[in-house]
Design a protein around this ligand. Structure first.
Ligand SMILES: C[S@@+](CC[C@H](N)C(=O)[O-])C[C@H]1O[C@@H](n2cnc3c(N)ncnc32)[C@H](O)[C@@H]1O
Length: 204
């Protein structure tokens, strides 16, 4: 059998594969192939009309989501202007230029002005702040809303399987607090050891 990466590559277009490989070459932190496959399938099953993404980078995950459901519109947040420029070009080339809206700037600021009723959230931006972002968005979310998060296990350090350096202590503690919240109250959450750790939550 082929490797898992080879199998997961079969589901993505040559353009997406190029964005992924260019990202890895140029130190753009794009999603891992197994994690993006799960993201795509989750969108395919949920069929969301409005998706909010934190962390556009060059559009790899965003284009993947839009390709999984033709009626979805994406709202995506990114502060790195050269990545936004590249992402705009990539969305256009994918034929999705009219289905994406960019919020360019710091998510900590932008999140205060986001008021739409999203039915799918994808967090892949600053790792220490997932709970803070979710609390800001919570008034606009309805039961059935899906939250998909990448990096929740942060190289094994969140589950305690790997040690972490002192400067990452806040990330690890905040991610533990986030997972605690998401596996307790009003969200039903599954955590997967895929990519850098993925969680999929559904608002009850
Ligand atoms: C892991 S990457 C996103 C990868 C992308 N989702 C993909 O797989 O194609 C995280 C992105 O979040 C952006 N980011 C980090 N901190 C941010 C902030 N405070 N405001 C807005 N964007 C931020 C980074 O510039 C980076 O491009």
């Amino acid at each position: 059998m082929e490797s898992l990466d080879e199998l997961n590559k079969r589901g993505i277009t040559p353009q997406l594969l190029k964005i992924h490989d260019d990202g890895e070459k140029n130190f753009v932190p794009v999603m891992k192939l197994d994690a993006v496959s799960l993201l795509r399938q989750t969108v395919r099953l949920k069929k969301p009309n409005k998706i909010l993404e934190i962390g556009t980078a060059t559009g790899f995950s965003g284009i993947s989501m839009l390709s999984a459901y033709e009626n979805a519109t994406l709202y995506t947040i990114e502060h790195n202007e050269s990545r936004v420029k590249e992402a705009r070009k990539n969305f256009e080339e994918a034929g999705f230029g009219d289905r994406v809206n960019f919020f360019v700037g710091d998510v900590h600021e932008i999140i205060n002005y986001v008021t739409g009723e999203f039915d799918f959230l994808f967090f892949d931006g600053p790792k220490s702040h997932y709970l803070e972002f979710l609390n800001k968005l919570r008034p606009y979310l309805n039961p059935g809303c899906v939250l998909f998060c990448d990096n929740v296990l942060f190289r094994g350090s969140v589950s305690g399987e790997c040690d972490y350096v002192r400067r990452n202590r806040t990330i690890v503690n905040n991610m533990r607090e986030f997972l605690d919240e998401m596996t307790g109250g009003e969200w039903d959450t599954a955590v997967y050891d895929i990519g850098d750790g993925v969680s999929i939550s559904v608002l009850k």
